[in-house]
Write a protein that binds this ligand. Sequence first.
Ligand code: NAD
Length: 487
Amino acid sequence: MNTVNEFPFDTRGILVAGRWRPAASGAELELLNPSDGQRLAPIARGQAEDVAAAVDAAQAALDGPWGAMSALERGRVLHAMGLRVLAMADELARLEALDVGKPLRQGRADAVALARYLEFYGGAADKVMGQTIPFANGYTAFSWREPHGVTAHIVPWNYPMQIIGRSVGAALAMGNACVLKPAEEACLTALAFARIAEESGLPSGALNVVPGLGEEAGAALAAHPGVRHISFTGSVEVGALIQAAAARHAVPVTLELGGKSPQIVFDDADLDAALPFLVNAGIQNAGQTCSAASRILVQQGVYRQVRERMAERYRALRVAPALDDGDVGPLISARQRQQVNRCLARAHHDGLPVAASATLPSSLPAGGFYVAPTLVADVPPEHPIAQDEIFGPVQALIPFTDEADALRIANGTAYGLVAGVWTRDGSRGLRMARRLRCGQVFINNYGAGGGIELPFGGVKLSGHGREKGFDALYGFSALKTVAIKHD
Ligand code: NAD
């Protein structure tokens, strides 16, 4: 039991080679509870020395028992981890509520998704096939997939469990050994996950965890020559630094850098079906979601109706501390709240109408990082509120005239992650799917309930590489080709 707070483990640990210990320097950081702004728990402030030890430990695991395990055995360990995560879903949801400010139901859904990733990749571990290649007479040629080696996983604070599941889960399934750098704002479920992995029989060193600051532990990890693949989710600015660091060692990267994703509502849409998705995809996790539908494009014939019906839902949203399990919790930090408030101030300054905003109850803890969910109407497509990733519970309603206009607006940002199309015209849905410049398109739904089986990632500033689904296993492995000359 942690002597510093009520958590069932010491939150100050770094996990290297199966041993929990403080940062080599002894330095610590403090997590805050976003719901009340109070100190939550101390964590280790890992630095370059800790990162180097973690990379060495991962390499030793590859050269040792972890590297010797068969794909079937790796899959079984992942399955065991998944079952344990499921059994602990309520506890994990509570940790996430305290740490991220995420309402309990949403945290629980993340825990269930983490379990599902482990189940999916556990099952897939021994199903990654090579090919026999038709080649010149006198040869037999074939290929197989091998792990990269040590993989780095630099994770943000918004969906720690889901992002760990999709990146660490897939990397372990392929036989890589991982160094995980969780975000300095929220890392309790990363630490809990590492304990679950240990208890489920994952060999020492296959997963190492070094909490710390981005510019210290994160930068050291991205620059370490022993790392052979980097998976990063976060801001565009840091993504560029990661790719530059990786280039120095010719290391592949997967970058998932967020978006400005639209849901596009045509006049013929089933509005009753669309409405919950239109709002939920904007306010889930207080809008701090890479695939948040922060733009709602609505054809003129139903614009007024959609505006009114969305506004009604906004007014009914319950903003509450995370443990009270409302619809919307606080943002992660005072800094994030400031960023969102700045965007809202700009919209106000430019005279954009607020269609509705939720009420912040006076009972909310004064120190919490709350923002009232806000629906801004009649937003010109080029306005910053329709262009910049706000990462808060703010949605921009944008009217459009026809299909071409919708496409022009939808494709008219620097991002390209996800899009939703609501129409009863099947041909139009498919035409839009072909022409939208993004990584995933959902027709008459949005997000497909998480869809961990569905390859996910962006184009343009949203990044490159694919996580989730079977494709992630290709990203976390390298193809080796063998050609045999014979009679
Ligand atoms: P960030 O990119 O700074 O942090 C993400 C992760 O990268 C964290 O683990 C952080 O410690 C690490 N990191 C930071 N600097 C680093 C460096 N120099 N080298 C290596 N690692 C480093 O994101 P943020 O500051 O937490 O959020 C800023 C904005 O980024 C948000 O407002 C949002 O717009 C966007 N964001 C997007 C996502 C997403 O899911 N795509 C997630 C978080 C934040």
